[in-house]
Design a protein around this ligand. Structure first.
Ligand SMILES: *[C@@H]1O[C@H](CO)[C@@H](O)[C@H](O)[C@H]1NC(C)=O
Ligand SMILES: *[C@@H]1O[C@H](CO)[C@@H](O)[C@H](O)[C@H]1NC(C)=O
Length: 358
């Protein structure tokens, strides 16, 4: 795995210094119109502003967004710049996907390129942070409303809506927050099996509303998150007890997706190994220019705070850090996107053509 990462490395570094416009242009030779829309479900890795509308608040203040689109644009993204969902939209030739709660009903009646329902803190289960975030059930309820009420205004015929949904990409990244209760880790095999079953039921509900093409992240190595690494011995190491419990879920996730594929006509998917990717960056970080692989860039989050405090001064060079706060930096999201969508090293396709080899 690591040698593959290293081979791609020099190319990643070369492309990172190119202006973004030319990176987008390089995808034009592919049939990017294949996916008319991108719909996004999940947690803070890909929330782009939904939580700003909740009483608990989102990441809508500086230094969040300090590197977003020219700089100093906090949006609710829990990182210094773009998320993986942003890089995916760029890869598909689509505009950045807007957060559902940002949109008026009038705007929802006009959007045909996808909506982001993701919410920081949410998990698979209805009782995971259900006061402070939009649960996956709530996200699916909003998507249901999009299908039933808004897409009818965009498309005239029922068949057009069905076609639109069946060709669109559905990105789902969730599960890590279910492993924590009040910030305390609570993983065991029974929980993993329960989560996989509950996840399957919800993917099936999204399918029943018309979705066919899925990109699914596995669960990241939460034992390596800064709030856990600071307490590990020696400091900065991963808590492997946490990672082991999460691995139990992750090992079964591809099987569960295959079962769905054999059961549901037209179901296709790409499985992304977010866990393996983030562990890999820890090991081979230096070769990416990432020299700090456990201390987050936002200073107060080194000591276990989950979020940056407003207007704290972050590290001067974000591109040398793996973590921004509890979440990866933009550069890490960009490397993920490159390895998944262009190299195909961390992503595997099952009947879904999403990976365009350079
Ligand atoms: C929210 O979670 C609590 C437990 O944390 C649970 O008792 C309650 O039923 C949940 N509410 C909903 C609407 O699922
Ligand atoms: C969880 O946190 C809440 C509020 O912070 C507290 O009232 C409750 O006792 C905690 N529960 C557990 C099991 O630690």
């Amino acid at each position: 795995m690591n040698s593959q990462y290293l081979i791609t490395l020099s190319f990643v570094l070369l492309t990172l210094v190119l202006p973004l416009s030319s990176a987008t242009n390089s995808f034009e030779s592919y049939d990017t119109k294949k996916f008319p829309a991108l719909y996004v479900f999940g947690d803070s890795l890909i929330d782009c502003g939904n939580n700003n509308h909740l009483p608990s608040g989102g990441a809508d203040y500086l230094p969040y967004g300090i590197d977003f689109m020219g700089g100093n644009k906090p949006t609710g993204r829990a990182t210094n710049g773009k998320t993986v969902a942003d890089f995916l939209a760029m890869h598909l030739g689509l505009p950045f996907v807007r957060p559902y709660l940002d949109l008026t009903n009038h705007q929802r009646n006009k959007i045909s390129t996808g909506i982001n329902y993701a919410s920081g803190g949410s998990g698979i289960l209805p009782d995971t942070n259900n006061v402070t975030s939009l649960t996956l059930d709530k996200q699916i309820k909003f998507f249901h409303s999009t299908v039933k009420h808004n897409l009818h205004k965009v498309f005239k015929e029922k068949e057009e809506i069905e076609m639109h949904l069946s060709e669109s990409l559905f990105f789902v990244s969730t599960g890590v927050n279910d492993y924590f209760h009040n910030g305390t880790f609570r993983g065991n095999k029974n929980l993993a099996l329960f989560l996989l079953n509950e996840f399957t039921l919800r993917i099936q509900r999204i399918y029943n509303l018309g979705a066919r093409k899925f990109l699914v992240n596995n669960i990241p190595p939460a034992g390596c998150f800064p709030s856990k690494a600071i307490r590990a011995r020696p400091r900065g190491k991963c808590d492997e007890k946490i990672n082991k419990a999460i691995s139990f879920y992750n090992r079964r996730l591809p099987e569960v997706l295959h079962e769905l594929q054999s059961k549901l006509p037209g179901f296709s998917f790409v499985h992304a190994d977010l866990f393996g990717f983030l562990k890999g960056v820890r090991e081979t970080g230096k070769s990416y220019g990432i020299v700090e692989t456990w201390k987050p860039c936002c200073p107060n989050t080194i000591y276990g705070d989950l979020k940056c405090h407003p207007n704290t001064v972050p590290c001067p060079n974000r591109d040398t850090h793996l973590f921004w706060d509890e979440h990866p930096t933009q550069i890490v999201n960009q490397i993920y996107a490159w390895l998944c969508f262009n190299e195909g090293t961390i992503c595997k396709s099952w009947g879904l053509k999403l990976i365009y080899h350079a």
